[in-house]
Ligand binder design. Sequence first.
Ligand SMILES: Nc1ncnc2c1ncn2[C@@H]1O[C@H](COP(=O)(O)OP(=O)(O)OP(=O)(O)O)[C@@H](O)[C@H]1O
Length: 684
Amino acid sequence: MWVLLRGGYPLRILLPLRGEWMGRRGLPRSLVPGPPRRRYRKEALPALEVPVLPVTATEIRQYLRAHGIPFQDGHSCLRAPSPFVKALQLKDQTGATASFSLFIDKTTGRFLCMSSLAEGSWEDFQASVEGQGDGAREGVLLGEAPEAEDSEEIRRIWDRAIPLWELPEPEEAQLARVMFGLTKVTDDTLKRYSVRYLRPARSLVFPWFSPGGMGLRGLKLLSAEGQGNEVHYKETTIPRPGIYCNLFGLPLISRRDVEVVLTSRELDSLALNQSTGLPTLALPRGTACLPPALLPYLEQFRRIVLWLGDDLRSWEAAKLFARKMNPKRCSLVRPGDQQPRPLEALNRGLNLSRILRTALPAWHKSIVSFRQLREEVLGELSNVEQAAGIRWNRFPDLNRLLKGHRKGELTVFTGPTGSGKTTFISEYALDLCTQGVNTLWGSFEISNVRLARVMLTQFAVGRLEEQLDRYDEWADRFEDLPLYFMTFHGQQSIRTVIDTMQHAVYVYDICHVVIDNLQFMMGHEQLSTDRIAAQDYIVGAFRKFATDNSCHVTLVIHPRKEDDDKELQTASIFGSAKASQEADNVLILQDRKLVTGPGKRYLQVSKNRFDGDVGVFPLEFNKSSLTFSIPPKSKARLKKVKDDNGLVTKKPSSGRKGAVPQNSETCLGQAHHSNQPNPSKPSR
Ligand SMILES: Nc1ncnc2c1ncn2[C@@H]1O[C@H](COP(=O)(O)OP(=O)(O)OP(=O)(O)O)[C@@H](O)[C@H]1O
């Protein structure tokens, strides 16, 4: 379902449909009510195509001053008296500050009234100040309460769940403790955090209480499954993850607390609080994102320590989240052998308070010494694989050349007109998105509906036209992906596009933006010199955006007009050399019609700043699934492949420029898209 984001940003978000999720949650049948339901929010369908310029903190301040509204400047929000709380109620509050219960996000202008839980966009706020509508009375602005069917299920599960120590069989309780690593977590801690156990689902249950103690708003279930020597955990939330905004542990935070430790899992918070006594909160979606809606709850803290996990991804997420919360008040616990995640640290008998004391300030001045960098460098050296980024599941050869998809890089992608650039880049981005890379698409040429159709077909690896009965199944799974689309179509100004991307990074923690294609930001300049200057400026803007936001940008650029029988080279990218100079990676979709016949394509990596490996590998287009895979007998054909300098590559080797990845044959034996999610075996 397409839902237009309130607040005027030209973004559409894909929200999971609510039909099949019961089954997908894998809860026991007895807890699954009735037949699957499907609901459409009709009012959400019309899309706003005219972008509205985002608001700035200065504009918000000016507006408040102009309307005589007092405010206090906070870390990520401005605080003001709430127009949604009656004057009488204010008197009951504990003092002047408490009456400032309205939090306005400095970046987006979105507001939350802590007293009434009214929330809305900056436009909604202005409308209510200017008396154009009483949003709260209309029910438009009230924070999303659980839907009736959710409430029912939440209540039913919560009532059936029991404290671990009340399990009738001591062996069962012991097994659960071992499975969840809770052998050192006391009953007292579990009780303080109201953690229960749902026997039929063999899951721990973490409650989401409404702020102000107004009842149960949701639940997170955590199940554990032993696979060999490893235990795999699966999380299920009610309501669905997109709107599950529980800062677990919030009811235990006192107004006077000025320090907090943020973790990415509820169990880590239990361990941390038990062994250090410090206030701690667990983020609802772990390292995947920090929704700005949670920021008002963190305003009271002068110091926030982020201890998110033991891998490089957690470290990257911690740095990203610190930016949002104001890095000056944030410190980060660096992952390391002696600094595992909190629960593991407790189980290994490590001193958690001491680990917390090693947390590094997130704030970097413009000039740093190697002393400040040495830990970062060590982190990269000791986690070489993770530092290389996220590996593609569908393109093993791309991994061999590029090593992975890294944050903060700019990839330029080109290929002849109609050669399949959009189709390829769609699958390349989808692959990453299915692995949790929050992705934003800017498709200026083809409509979002068509793009989504291509992506869905690639996701399902087959023609959905012929299996419409399975459409819902795939669509439901597709909707759970962290995938967002800009609603731009046709020519756009680069400023508007960058502003929208900035907004998306803040709100959805976007790590990958795909722009298809750059020509749509170049305006209508007729003179070629103007066009080249415009392109250089745009490429520079995307480069800066990628670096400043630690966000990967993949930019599709048309090639210059060249002879049909010539292969493209880095220099064939339209415009000056700026694009290839600024890019970290240059990918070329080679359409070698003359050599290989129609339909065959090769992907050439002609620049790779990360480690220099460049080369080509074959792609075979599958028309029914719109996917690309390694064609058989690639070795023979590869002999004909020329490198960027026009030299013939005689045989596959692992050398650098122009080389074909050595073990491209090994890919041939691989099952096609073996890593594709299987809808009959759901997992999150
Ligand atoms: N390797 C291929 N062989 C045959 N058809 C293909 C191949 N790759 C893509 N196609 C089909 O060709 C059409 C054009 O593909 P696509 O829009 O991805 O090309 P493009 O390079 O992005 O086009 P443009 O230059 O207009 O931006 C689509 O219908 C697509 O399904």
